[in-house]
Ligand binder design. Sequence first.
Ligand SMILES: [Cu+2]
Length: 129
Amino acid sequence: MKKIAIFTLMLLLSAGIVLAKDYEIQKKAGDLNVVVKMDKNPAVMGENGIDVTVKDAAGKEVTDAGVKVEYSMPAMPGMPAMNYGAVLARNKNVYQGKLNFSMSGPWNIAVKILRGGKTVSTKFSVDVQ
Ligand SMILES: [Cu+2]
């Protein structure tokens, strides 16, 4: 019985490792290169961790920017449009925060980068499970 329990645990752990691959997307915002990583793949209802790294045209990591993520779902039958925002906190070379999806389905995500008085942004969408 104990052997079966251990075997099941190992199976679950190895499955978890396979599924744990982050969602990653690379985008351009103005002349900046933006890499967005989310810790849930696919994204899920509730909290999802988000990491954003920003590089300038020369490939140097940008650490003096303000990064904000706006996420929204357009209105649908029985549901008004929903709009949320999260200001990311910088941790060394990465801007980090959490998105809280209140509903499954398609969400629009805009990453806004404020630097030197100028804002650039990039958009993508995720299908929340
Ligand atoms: Cu909805």
